[in-house]
Design a protein around this ligand. Structure first.
Ligand SMILES: *Cc1c(COP(=O)(O)O)cnc(C)c1O
Length: 340
C-alpha cells in the first residue's frame, strides 16, 4: 500500500528512535527537561522568535495561541477555509468563548489588507471587538499553497494598525520556506506567534512548536497546562523532534515528488490536477463521474491511499516514507483503477 493520506503517517527512523532512547530528561512542567528546553530554544531560533513552547499537537498549539492572544467574547478574523475554522472542532468557540468572523481568502487563501480592515470590529457598548487575526501558510485546504511573505506582511500590518495581534498557523511553514527559498523566520517575520508541526514533513513521531515573544510564551505555558498539555519527561518525544529540525532541506524532495505525481495524474483521463507548490496534490474527480469518495475507494483497491477533501476533491500528500518510485507507481495504479 502506498500511503499518501498525509505527511503525518511517517514512522521515525533509527536515528530518531535512538535519540528517544538516549534522551536526557526531567520534569518539563517544572521546566527541568533539558531536551525539551533545547528543542524550544532551537525551534524559536528557526522561526525567528524569542521563545517557543513544545505542544503535543498542532491543534493544541493553535488553540493555546488563540486563547493566549484573546479575551472571551471577542471576535477572531480567520480565513474561511483555514484549519482553525474547518478542522479543529470549533475549538475557538468551545475552548476560548470566541466568535468567528470568517474572511474569504480567495484562491490563495490569504485575506487582503482591505478585507482585514473591513472585518475589524471596534469594541463598544454593543460590539465584541476584534481580538485576533489568524493566517495559514502553507494553506492546506487550498492545496499546500506557499503564500508569499509579502502578502502575510500586508494582512498582518492591517491588523496591527488596529492593535490586533496575528497568529500564523504554520503547520507546514518549513514547506513554504523551502518552496519560496526563504528562511522560515522570513515567513513569520510580521506575525506575533507561529505554530509549526514537527510531526508532518519533518518526520517526528509527535509534537508541534508554538513560538512568540518571551512574555507570550510564558502566558501560553499556563494555557497549555489549562488545556491538559503540560507533559512530564517529554524529552523522550522531544529528542526525535530535535532530530526533525535537521530535516527542513529534505522537504524539497517531497515537493519534487509531488510535482512528478501531479504531472502523472494529470495525464489520466478525467482527472483535473492542481499544480502543486509544495507536498500536497489536489485532484478534482468530477469529469470522471466519480465522487472523491468513490475514486478513493478505487484507489485503495489498487493500493494507493489518499484523503477526501470535498465532494469531488481528493488530496494526496508526499512525505519522507515515499520516494520517486513510489509516486510513479502510485500514479500508475490510479490510472489502472480508473481504467478498470
Ligand atoms: C495538521 C495541521 C494542523 C494540526 O496539527 P495536528 O498535529 O494534526 O493537530 C493545524 N494546521 C494545519 C494547517 C495543519 O495542516
Amino acid at each position: 500500500m502506498i500511503d499518501l493520506r498525509s505527511d503525518t503517517v511517517t514512522k521515525p527512523d533509527d536515528a530518531m528512535r535512538e535519540a528517544a532512547r538516549d534522551a536526557e530528561v526531567g520534569d518539563d512542567v517544572y521546566g527541568e527537561d533539558p531536551t525539551v528546553n533545547e528543542l524550544e530554544a532551537r525551534a524559536a531560533d528557526l522561526v525567528g522568535f524569542e521563545d517557543a513552547l513544545y505542544v503535543p499537537t498542532g491543534t493544541m498549539g493553535n488553540q493555546v495561541a488563540v486563547r493566549t492572544h484573546t479575551e472571551r467574547g471577542q471576535e477572531v478574523l480567520s480565513e474561511r477555509e483555514s484549519h482553525v475554522v474547518k478542522w479543529e472542532l470549533g475549538g475557538m468557540a468551545q475552548l476560548s468563548g470566541l466568535q468567528l468572523r470568517s474572511l474569504d481568502g480567495g484562491e490563495r487563501g490569504v485575506p487582503t489588507p482591505e478585507q482585514v480592515r473591513e472585518g475589524y470590529v471596534e469594541e463598544d457598548a454593543h460590539r465584541p471587538g476584534t481580538g485576533l487575526l489568524t493566517l495559514e501558510n502553507t494553506h492546506n485546504s487550498k492545496g499546500g499553497i506557499a503564500i508569499d511573505p509579502g502578502k502575510i506582511d500586508a494582512a498582518a500590518e492591517a491588523a496591527h494598525d488596529h492593535g490586533v495581534p496575528v497568529h500564523l498557523d504554520g503547520a507546514r511553514v518549513c514547506n513554504a520556506a523551502v518552496a519560496l527559498d526563504v528562511p522560515p523566520a522570513r515567513i513569520a517575520e510580521s506575525v506575533d506567534s507561529v505554530m509549526f508541526c514537527l510531526s508532518k514533513g519533518l518526520g517526528a513521531p509527535v509534537g508541534s512548536m508554538l513560538a512568540g515573544s518571551e512574555a507570550f510564551v510564558a502566558r501560553a505555558r499556563r494555557n497549555r497546562k489549562l488545556f491538559g498539555g503540560g507533559m512530564r519527561q517529554a524529552g523522550v518525544i522531544a529528542a526525535p523532534g530535535l532530530a526533525a529540525l535537521d530535516n527542513v532541506d529534505r522537504l524539497a524532495d517531497d515537493h519534487e515528488n509531488a510535482r512528478v505525481l501531479a504531472e502523472r495524474l494529470a495525464g489520466i483521463d478525467g482527472l483535473d490536477v492542481q499544480e502543486p507548490e509544495t507536498n500536497i496534490v489536489l485532484v478534482d474527480t468530477e469529469r470522471t463521474g466519480l465522487t472523491a469518495e468513490a475514486f478513493l475507494d478505487d484507489c485503495e483497491d489498487a493500493g494507493v491511499l489518499g484523503t477526501q477533501f470535498d465532494t469531488h476533491v481528493a488530496r494526496f500528500c508526499t512525505h519522507w516514507d515515499v520516494d520517486r518510485e513510489d509516486v510513479e507507481t502510485a500514479a500508475e495504479r490510479v490510472g489502472e483503477a480508473l481504467d478498470a
